[in-house]
Ligand binder design. Structure first.
Ligand SMILES: C[S@@+](CC[C@H](N)C(=O)[O-])C[C@H]1O[C@@H](n2cnc3c(N)ncnc32)[C@H](O)[C@@H]1O
Length: 366
């Protein structure tokens, strides 16, 4: 399991809840490994439940060698020639140094991908590049732990995130954007699959300097940003943007009616963020299509509270569709929820009473 540096203990704590059969093995900054007990085959879909894991692979072991060719030979010897759908290569140091997706997939990784691809068989749906991975693909994984040592394994790409090498968002550069929050929201939308539509109304709580609002505006939404701090002019002057310069608790509850989406990104304790969201989402007349909430974790141990937060969202009529540590984010978790749909209540097919029809007249027909 690949994690942000420092999140190793948090991922182990979560693993003990959902996959207690695993036995902890090597633990390095950015990577925690476990032994699978004989005969135990973990489900393919356990990955999203780990919350703070960036990527999970089933490892066959390590490939060690003095050259790329020697390591690639060793890698294919332990993983088998396949056929495979796609090869993912990514570096542990990308997590340790908290570096970007592109850095992780730089020239060195390209060379590794080619060395492995030359040695394996490809399925008929061979993806030439990792970027083309789609759900269902069988992925040959190579994690470059250190230049001469690779972890070799596999996983089934199932979620948008597990279709990316190392679970990393392909965009990493916030240059030209108001803030990194643009990237975080972009990743949250891409990996959760929520659909924001042009013309919808969104409210962001904790909006300054405005990267997330910028992303919402680019998607064509009408946006209100709540924050006592000023928002960048590129956002503030946008015709579909309005700022309420105050703290969330100073906004009258009525004002929250009519929003399709709430985005929250306050730099406060997660308990306070949840209180703030609870005040809004339980207010009369407030029924957003969904919520995208970033909860800052003052330390990683607070990740243990995530299941409780998800329960709170359910109580508020919102169904969690994603809870994860974004690759573009810091020590925080992003929870995305959608309005719980009522189970369709099927009206009984009663024959219409002829007299009732006659009483109402034809013009009253529904
Ligand atoms: C991490 S920044 C938000 C970044 C922003 N989402 C963006 O897209 O650039 C956190 C912001 O939360 C704001 N904040 C903290 N507590 C708040 C509250 N109670 N109500 C509204 N905003 C709050 C801070 O003023 C700060 O600007």
């Amino acid at each position: 399991m690949a994690v942000k540096p420092g999140a190793e203990a948090a991922v182990v704590e979560r693993q003990q809840v959902i996959l207690p059969e695993l036995v902890r093995a090597a633990w390095r900054k950015g990577i925690v490994t476990f032994r699978l007990p004989p005969g135990f085959d973990p489900p393919d879909d356990f990955f999203p439940e780990l919350f703070v894991a960036q990527a999970v692979i089933r490892s066959f072991g390590q490939a060690v060698g003095a050259s790329i060719d020697a390591r690639a030979d060793a890698a294919v010897a332990i993983a088998g020639r396949g056929p495979w759908d796609v090869v993912h290569v990514w570096g542990r140091e990308a997590f340790v140094a908290d570096r970007s997706a592109d850095t992780a997939a730089g020239d060195a990784e390209e060379e590794v991908v080619e060395a492995i691809r030359r040695r394996i068989e490809h399925t008929s749906r061979d993806r030439g590049t990792a970027a083309d991975t789609v759900p269902g693909d069988l992925v040959f994984d190579c994690v470059v732990d250190s230049p001469d040592r690779w972890w070799i394994g596999w996983h089934r790409g199932l979620t948008p995130m597990s279709c990316r090498p190392g679970g990393m968002h392909p965009l990493h550069d916030a240059a030209g954007k108001v803030s990194r929050a643009w990237l975080k929201l972009d990743e949250a939308i891409a990996t959760s699959g929520v659909r924001l539509a042009a013309g919808e109304r969104a409210c962001e709580i904790g909006a300054s300097p405005g990267g997330a609002c910028q992303r919402l505006l680019e998607a064509g939404l009408r946006v209100v940003g709540i924050d006592p701090a000023l928002v960048d002019p590129r956002v503030a002057e946008h015709p579909r943007f309005e700022q309420w310069r105050m703290r969330a608790r100073d906004v009258k509850l009525k004002a929250f009616r009519g929003f399709d989406w709430f985005v929250a990104d306050m730099n406060i304790d997660p308990t306070s963020t949840m209180e703030s969201l609870g005040r809004i989402l339980t207010a009369p007349g407030v029924r957003p299509k969904g919520v995208i909430a970033t909860l800052k974790l003052p330390d990683w141990s607070r990740a243990a509270e995530i299941p409780g937060w998800l329960d709170r969202f359910r109580e508020w009529g919102q169904t969690p569709v994603m809870a994860r540590q974004l690759s573009t984010g810091g020590r925080e978790v992003c929870i995305v929820t959608e309005l719980r749909r009522q189970a369709p209540t099927r009206k009984p097919d009663l024959p219409r009473k002829p007299e009732a029809q006659a009483e109402r007249g034809v013009d009253d027909a529904p």
